[in-house]
Design a protein around this ligand. Structure first.
Ligand SMILES: Cc1cc2nc3c(=O)[nH]c(=O)nc-3n(C[C@H](O)[C@H](O)[C@H](O)COP(=O)(O)OP(=O)(O)OC[C@H]3O[C@@H](n4cnc5c(N)ncnc54)[C@H](O)[C@@H]3O)c2cc1C
Ligand SMILES: Cc1cc2nc3c(=O)[nH]c(=O)nc-3n(C[C@H](O)[C@H](O)[C@H](O)COP(=O)(O)O)c2cc1C
Length: 587
């Protein structure tokens, strides 16, 4: 048996490769087969205790590569759905996170499915950026022998709808790959179209010999049986046991600390996971919308729109459907002009109805909306400290545009409508890419604003398990006096040692705005020392500016402290990512 079966190029840190080799090297074929099945089960979301035993010696034949690019986990979950279905059809699937993709290996892939989400404003998910850029670059190997199909995940509210899936689909074809099933672009309610795509794509990828496929050789793992964790991923009812605004009454912001209780045991969440909240629409907004559509008397429709439909999002697609439904000439003209996207920005569905009035039927109004999607919130507690509760930190989105005061659907629902004792439907959104390292490792946490939420969970967890690694928190908000979220808790943590260091930046307390990225630069010496010592670097919060500025500050810090060129400093930060020590959960 090869003592070092895990190659140096595997997507693990050198020390992890060494540990894996120590375990896998001397393992018997039966042990390896069990491990392969076990890991496949874990990928499919199964609980170790409920995993069925592998029929040793059984094997599937046709390799299938499932490549996914994800930020918040949807593409990853779908990748394991594809793997489950593929196994049943006799494929031997391997799932690859685009974050770990060695692009050169794609040329040897014969059957490929890609599931890619779009983020930012038409960007790849942060972790997939390197591989995506390499794939789009010159010098990528040709894919003449590769059969492929792409599923894109997106949100029609964004002007660059499903841009990354579309770009990957075009790129694979341009490199000579053969598209065996058409790409499907999914909106937020992706379950059904994705399910249909999985069926179609796998059928199209099945080799002709599949007819004669000997089913007795398929790995005998029935993933439908005992998949306990899929129940954990279903929506559940919770009770609001505490709801507190953390900012002072003089703050310009409202950030809500929410504590939820479960009827029985809490969902099995881990620090780093998020929770989806199922909101309801604002009643006054729904009334205005019904009024504008000439449907104010329809009580059943009012109830349906309030609970189940996305009645605020205005997209290019909504504009086109409205023009087709109403025949409104001015909307048609707007669509045909170059101004439609600019007109949409900052407006909602109600603006469309009020600016271009038309009387609609209940069905027409329904058709113009999509299902109301839940929103994700980082979990701000550890079960080891809070028991069967889950805590969240939610910033109320409030703004004014085109003469109308507006609120975010979910954050407005939480901040303005929910009271202690009320029920709230939630769903667990696990994130194994934002997990704590071993207790003896140091962690650096950068979380301004609500970005601090998961780090409250991290610190609680590490206190509860008596972790001996050091921890350093970078936090920022507007004003020390009004916006220092969880101030007393951090002071306690510094005192009891569960937090080693804290760096603070309050942007509106100084004449020149100071943010966490400035702290990173100022404290670069210590920061680079911690990282050289193996610390993990976590960033949570705003994706548009903060996450990019923090990365740029870290590159500058490396360049300065270690006297590196910019390219070498970039490489040092990329190495942290490759070693899974630079972890991001940004939105
Ligand atoms: C993995 C993950 C974790 C998250 N964790 C947290 C968390 O811990 N805490 C937290 O508060 N949020 C968190 N978020 C963000 C959260 O999911 C929601 O996106 C946020 O609360 C807004 O949702 P909403 O329903 O209130 O607003 P929506 O109804 O979705 O409205 C938001 C939209 O309003 C528009 N808008 C907002 N401000 C303006 C403006 N000034 N001008 C014009 N248009 C504007 C934009 O189109 C924006 O997309 C997280 C997101 C993800 C993906
Ligand atoms: C901050 C943010 C930015 C997004 N940007 C886009 C976008 O530009 N285009 C798009 O089609 N979808 C966009 N989306 C929607 C995601 O692609 C969609 O939620 C998808 O299901 C996420 O898949 P994932 O969980 O695998 O990352 C965005 C979502 C968020 C929260």
């Amino acid at each position: 048996m090869n003592a070092s079966p895990i190659p140096k190029t595997a997507p693990f840190a050198a020390e992890q490769i060494e540990i894996l080799n120590r375990v896998v090297g001397p393992a018997s074929p039966a042990q390896r087969a069990w491990l392969a099945g076990f890991l496949a089960g874990v990928d499919a979301g199964m609980d170790a205790a409920t995993l069925p035993q592998l029929a040793v010696g059984a094997q599937a034949t046709e390799p299938l590569t499932i490549l996914y690019a994800t930020e918040s986990g949807n593409a990853e979950l779908l990748a394991s759905d594809v793997a489950k279905a593929a196994r049943k059809m006799g494929f031997k699937p391997s799932i690859i996170d685009m974050a770990d993709l060695d692009v050169a290996t794609l040329a040897s892939v014969r059957r490929l499915v890609v599931i890619a989400a779009t983020w930012g404003e038409g960007d790849p998910p942060a972790r997939a950026m390197r591989a995506y850029a390499e794939l789009m670059d010159e010098g990528v190997p040709r894919l003449d022998g590769t059969l492929f199909s792409v599923l894109s995940l997106g949100d029609t509210a964004y002007s660059e709808f499903c841009a990354i899936g579309q770009a990957l689909d075009a790129r694979l074809a341009a490199l000579g790959g053969t598209r065996v099933a058409e790409r499907v672009d999914c909106d937020l309610d992706f379950a059904e179209p994705a399910g249909r795509w999985i069926e179609t794509a796998l059928k199209a990828l099945t080799p002709a010999e599949a007819e004669a496929f000997d089913r007795s050789r398929v790995i005998a793992v029935d993933f439908a049986v005992g998949a306990a964790s899929s129940a954990d991923l279903a929506p559940v009812e919770t009770e609001i046991i505490e709801i507190i605004q953390l900012n002072s009454s003089q703050s310009e912001k409202a950030t809500i600390h929410l504590e939820l209780g479960f009827d029985g045991a809490a969902l099995p969440y881990k620090p780093g996971d998020s929770l989806d909240i199922y909101p309801e629409n604002d009643a006054a907004y729904v009334d205005d919308l019904l009024q504008a559509a000439g449907l104010a008397a329809d009580a059943a429709l009012r109830a349906e729109l309030t609970k189940d439909r996305d009645v605020t999002t205005l997209s290019f697609k909504t504009l086109a459907s409205y023009a087709a439904t109403t025949g409104h000439q001015k909307v048609k003209a707007l669509l045909e002009s170059a101004d439609a996207r600019t007109w949409i920005a900052g407006r909602q569905l109600i603006d469309l109805f009020q600016s271009f009035p038309a009387v609609l039927s209940a069905d027409q109004l329904r058709q113009l909306t999509r299902p109301l999607a839940p929103r994700a919130y980082s979990i701000a507690s550890s079960r080891r400290e809070v028991g069967d509760e889950v805590h969240l930190l939610i910033a109320a989105v409030r703004y004014q545009s085109f003469g109308r005061v507006r609120k975010g659907v979910t954050s407005g629902y939480v901040a303005d409508q929910l009271k202690k004792g009320q029920r709230l439907r939630v769903k667990l959104r696990p994130n194994r890419h934002f997990a704590l390292p071993a207790p003896e490792r140091d962690i650096i946490m950068v979380g301004p604003g609500t970005g601090i939420a998961p780090f409250r969970a991290f610190v609680q967890e590490r206190r509860a398990i008596g972790a001996n690694g050091r921890s350093w928190l970078f936090f920022g908000d507007r004003q020390f006096t009004h916006d220092f979220l969880y101030q007393l808790e951090w002071q306690d943590a510094l005192q009891d040692g569960s937090l080693t260091r804290m760096a603070l930046a309050f942007s509106r307390d100084t004449p020149h705005k100071r943010y966490v990225q400035h702290l990173i630069w100022e404290q670069r010496q210590g920061l680079v020392e911690w990282l050289d010592n193996g610390a993990y670097f976590y960033v949570c919060g705003d994706a548009k500016a903060m996450a990019k500025d923090v990365r740029a500050a870290l590159v500058r810090a490396y360049a300065d402290v270690k006297a590196l060129s910019v390219e070498a400093a970039e490489q040092a930060v990329n190495d942290l990512k490759r070693e899974h020590r630079y972890l991001q959960d940004t939105y």
